[in-house]
Design a protein around this ligand. Structure first.
Ligand code: ADP
Ligand code: ZN
Length: 724
C-alpha cells in the first residue's frame, strides 16, 4: 500500500505530496512518522493508493502514530484543501489549524490516576494489631467501593500500598479527563421562549438561505435563541459549533453552557492549559462531545454532521486571523455550513456594515429583535461636552455630570462601570479646545503621528503632512495625542470617592483565565462598586446591579486611522452602553466627548443602527472603501533586511505586472514602508492596493506564494483590521 503524505514542515520546498510505503490498515487522515531528509518528521496521510510513480526500491516506509482515531476526519481534509487553495499557504500550515498544537508537539501527558478496589470482603482480611491505616483504608473501600488512591493516602497514610502487598487490594490506572471549568457551576434554567424568540427560531429553521443574520439589541435574548438551536440539534443527534469572541471574558456564558449541556459541550479557548485543550478537542473528535464552543479557531473543530454554526458578535475583529493563513472565520464557517447543509447564524446588536449590506440586499436573511427581554428601555445616554469642561477649567478625566451620577449611583448602593476607549489609543492629534482632528485630504481617515520623522502620515495612501504647532481651526495650542491610562483613572477616582471599592481590568491586571475570572467574579458578587477597564469589559457581561456606565473618551476610537473607525466606535459604544440597567432598575450612560456633533456619536446615543448604517454606507460608497472595494495589503517581513528587500522587489515586480495588465480593476496601487518598520526584529515592507474588482485576487495570492522564501514571509491581508 502507498500513502500520499504531507510532511509537517511549513516551508515551500516541502509543500507537496510525498509517496511512502505503509501498512495495509493505514487510514486516510491519520498521523504518521516519516523518514525525511535524514530525520524522522511527523506527517499526515492524505490519500491511499496501490501504486506509485516512484520506483519501489526508492520508497521509504512510514510508521503509524498510535492514535485511536485518525487525527483528521473527511470533512477536515476536504476543508483543508479548500483553505490551502484559497489562501495559497503550505498545506502543512493549513492542517495545523485542525489539530491542537499539543498533539503535534507531543507535549501532552495523559493524566492518569490510581484507583484502589478490594479483592475480597473486609471480614475475610487479617490484620496485625495497630495496623490502623490498613484497617481504615479497607473499611473505607468496603463502604465506598473503588476510590482514588491519592485521596485514601491523605486519610490513611500508607494503608493502601500495604493492603496491595497483601493482595487485599487491586490498583488500576485510569485516564482522567481534565475538566477546565469545574469551578464554574450554576443550575440549569430552561426558559420558555418569548414570541419574538420563537419567531426567530422558526425563521432560522425554515428560511431557505444559508446565512441568517440575527440583529437584536443588547439584552434581547439572542443567547437563548442560540441555546435553543443547539439543544434542538443535540436532540436530532447533530453537532454544533458556537463561536464567541472571547469566552474567557464571560464566565456567565460559560456557566450557562455547562449547566445546560454538561459534558456534551467542549469549550476550546486560549486560556486553557495544553492538556485541557487537548482533552476537549479529543472529546469532540471521538463524538463524546457534540458542541464546540470557543473563539475563532473552534471553527476547525473535528465535528461531523453539523446541525448549526453560530457566530455571536459577528462584527468582532477577532474573527479575522492575523497569522498565516489569514483566514476570515465567516468564510470557513460558510464552507462548512454549505457542506453540511446547515444554517450559519450570525448574531449582533451592531452588525458589520458589510454583513448588514448583504442582509439588506437579501443575500442573507434578516431577523430583528428590537426590544429587550425585560421590556425595559435601553439606558438613556447623556452627552458630556468635554470642550466645555476644559473651557470651564475642569481638565480632569471626569465631567461634572459624570461625577454627579457616580455619587448618586454609589449612594444608592448600585454599581458603575467606567470605560476607557483604549482601542482608539493612537497617535492621533486632537485639539482639546475645539475637537479638531488632523485628517488626510485624500482619504478622510485620521493621520497618525510619527515621532522619528516628526510628521503626520496617512496609513492608506502614505501621504506625509507637517506636524502641527497650533490647531488650524481655532488656533488653540492644547493639542494632545495621548490618552489617560486606567491606573491614573483609578487613582483619581479614589480621591473623589475615598470609600468606594474600585477595581480595574485591562491587559496589565489580567493574566490568563484566572485573572479575568477573578476580577469579574469580584465585581459580580458586588465586592466592588466601580469597575474601570478597557474594551475587555465591553463584551457580553450581565451585571444586574450596574446602573451607570461612564464612557470617558467616546471619540478616541473615532480618530483611529482606519476607514472602519466610525463603525468600530458605534459598535463599541453600543456594547458598553448595553452593560447598564440590565435588571430591574433603569440604567444610565454618560458619554464624554470632544466632538458632540459627530454623526456616529449622535446615532449611538439614540441606538439608531439603521441611521448609522445609512450614513456610513453612503460614506463608504463616496470614498470607495469596503464593501465598495477591497483593500489588499501584501506584507513582506524578514530579519535580514537585504533578503527582505529582495523578496519585496520580486513580489512588487510580479504585482506591478498584474496591475499594468488590469489597471481598470485597481483603485490604488503603491509600495511603501509599512508604518511600523520593525516588529520583533523583523523588517516590514508592504504593497498596498485597493481593488474595485476582486477577480485578480487569486493572481495576487499566487505571486506572493512564489516570492516567499525560507527567510522572508510574504503574506496577503484582505481588508486588514489594522494597517500598522
Ligand atoms: P443578548 O444576548 O441578546 O444580549 P441575553 O441572551 O443575554 O441577550 O438575554 C438578556 C437577559 O434576558 C438574560 O439575563 C437572559 O437570561 C434573559 N432571558 C433571555 N431569554 C429569556 C426568556 N425567554 N425568558 C426569560 N428571560 C430570558
Ligand atoms: Zn490618505
Amino acid at each position: 500500500m502507498i500513502a500520499e503524505v504531507i510532511v509537517d514542515i511549513a516551508a515551500s520546498e516541502t509543500d507537496r505530496i510525498f509517496d511512502y510505503l505503509c501498512d495495509e490498515n493505514t487510514i486516510v487522515g491519520s498521523r504518521v512518522r516519516a523518514p525525511f531528509g535524514g530525520k524522522t518528521v511527523p506527517g499526515f496521510v492524505m490519500r491511499l493508493k496501490e501504486t506509485s510513480d516512484v520506483p519501489e526500491h526508492r520508497l521509504k516506509r512510514v510508521y503509524p502514530t498510535p492514535d485511536e482515531l485518525p487525527a483528521l476526519n473527511a470533512e477536515c481534509l476536504a476543508l483543508a484543501d479548500k483553505i490551502t487553495a484559497r489562501y495559497r499557504v503550505p498545506k502543512a500550515l493549513t492542517l495545523r489549524l485542525f489539530l491542537p498544537s499539543e498533539m503535534r508537539t507531543g507535549k501532552v501527558r495523559e493524566l492518569t490516576r490510581n484507583y484502589a478496589e478490594l479483592t475480597m470482603p473486609f471480614s475475610e482480611m487479617k490484620f496485625r494489631a495497630g495496623s490502623k491505616n490498613q484497617i481504615g483504608a479497607a473499611e473505607y473501600l468496603e463502604k465506598n467501593g473503588k476510590s482514588d488512591c491519592a485521596y485514601l493516602n491523605t486519610l490513611f497514610p500508607g494503608g493502601v500500598s500495604a493492603l496491595e502487598k497483601k493482595g487485599y487490594v487491586k490498583i488500576t490506572k485510569e485516564q482522567i479527563l481534565r475538566d477546565p471549568y469545574k469551578e464554574v457551576v450554576s443550575e440549569s434554567v430552561e426558559r420558555t421562549l418569548t414570541p419574538d424568540q420563537e419567531r426567530a427560531v422558526k425563521t432560522i429553521e425554515t428560511d431557505s438561505r444559508t446565512v441568517q443574520l440575527l440583529h437584536g439589541v443588547t439584552g434581547s435574548g439572542k443567547t437563548e435563541i442560540y441555546l435553543t438551536l443547539i439543544a434542538k440539534c443535540l436532540r436530532e443527534g447533530k453537532s454544533s459549533i458556537f463561536l464567541v469572541p472571547e469566552i474567557s471574558l464571560t464566565p456567565q456564558m460559560l456557566s450557562q453552557l455547562r449547566a445546560r449541556f454538561g459534558k456534551q459541550a467542549a469549550i476550546l479557548h486560549s486560556g486553557l492549559s495544553a492538556g485541557e485543550r487537548f482533552d476537549e478537542w479529543w472529546r469532540l473528535r471521538t463524538g463524546e462531545a457534540k458542541i464546540a464552543i470557543g473563539a475563532r479557531s473552534a471553527i476547525f473543530s473535528p465535528l461531523e454532521n453539523l446541525g448549526v454554526i453560530i457566530i455571536d458578535e459577528e462584527h468582532d475583529s477577532s474573527y479575522s486571523s492575523e497569522s498565516a493563513p489569514r483566514y476570515n472565520t465567516f468564510d470557513i464557517a460558510l464552507l462548512r455550513a454549505k457542506r453540511n447543509g446547515c444554517k450559519l447564524v450570525l448574531g449582533s446588536a451592531t452588525p458589520a456594515v458589510d454583513t448588514y449590506k448583504r442582509a439588506v440586499e437579501r443575500e442573507f436573511s434578516l431577523i430583528r429583535l428590537d426590544k429587550r427581554i425585560n421590556q425595559k428601555p435601553l439606558p438613556e445616554i447623556m452627552i458630556a461636552d468635554m470642550r466645555r469642561e476644559v473651557r470651564r477649567g475642569n481638565s480632569s478625566a471626569f465631567s461634572g455630570v459624570l461625577k454627579e451620577e457616580l455619587a448618586k449611583c454609589l449612594a444608592s448602593g448600585n454599581q458603575a462601570i467606567l470605560f476607557l476607549n483604549r482601542r482608539g489609543y493612537s497617535q492621533t492629534v486632537i485639539c482639546k479646545e475645539c475637537g479638531y482632528v488632523a485628517k488626510c485630504e485624500a482619504c478622510d481617515v485620521s493621520l497618525t503621528y510619527h515621532r522619528e520623522e516628526d510628521c503626520l502620515k496617512c496609513h492608506y495612501c502614505g501621504t506625509k503632512y507637517n506636524m502641527l504647532s497650533a490647531c488650524p481651526d481655532c488656533g488653540g495650542k492644547k493639542l494632545s495625542y495621548a490618552g489617560t491610562g486606567t491606573q491614573r483613572i483609578v487613582a483619581d477616582l479614589q480621591k473623589l470617592y475615598p470609600t468606594a471599592r474600585i477595581i480595574r481590568m485591562d491587559n496589565d491586571t489580567t493574566s490568563g483565565k484566572e485573572g479575568h475570572y477573578k476580577i469579574l467574579k469580584t465585581f459580580a458578587e458586588h465586592k466592588a462598586d466601580i469597575l474601570v477597564g478597557t474594551q475587555m469589559i465591553a463584551k457580553g457581561h450581565d451585571f444586574p446591579a450596574v446602573t451607570l456606565v461612564g464612557i470617558l473618551d467616546a471619540d478616541m476610537s473615532l480618530h483611529f486611522s482606519d476607514y472602519r473607525s466610525g463603525e468600530r466606535t458605534f459598535q463599541l459604544l453600543t456594547q458598553v452602553a448595553g452593560r447598564s440597567g440590565r435588571a430591574e432598575e433603569k440604567g444610565k450612560v454618560v458619554l464624554q466627548t470632544f466632538d458632540p456633533e459627530n454623526d456616529v456619536l449622535r446615532f449611538a446615543t439614540t441606538y439608531d443602527y439603521q441611521g448609522f448604517y445609512e450614513n456610513e454606507i453612503s460614506l463608504r460608497a463616496a470614498m470607495a472603501f469596503p464593501p465598495y472595494s477591497k483593500i489588499v495589503r501584501v506584507l513582506v517581513t524578514g530579519e535580514d533586511d537585504k533578503k527582505t528587500i529582495e523578496a519585496l522587489k520580486e513580489v512588487y515586480f510580479a504585482l506591478e505586472k498584474i496591475y499594468t495588465e488590469n489597471t481598470d480593476k485597481f483603485l490604488f496601487f503603491n509600495k511603501m514602508r509599512s508604518p511600523i518598520k520593525r516588529i520583533q526584529n523583523k523588517h516590514r515592507y508592504q504593497v498596498l492596493m485597493r481593488l474595485s474588482d476582486t477577480s485578480v485576487l487569486p493572481e495576487i495570492y499566487a505571486a506572493c506564494a512564489d516570492a516567499r522564501t525560507r527567510d522572508v514571509l510574504v503574506s496577503v491581508e484582505e481588508n486588514p483590521a489594522n494597517l500598522s
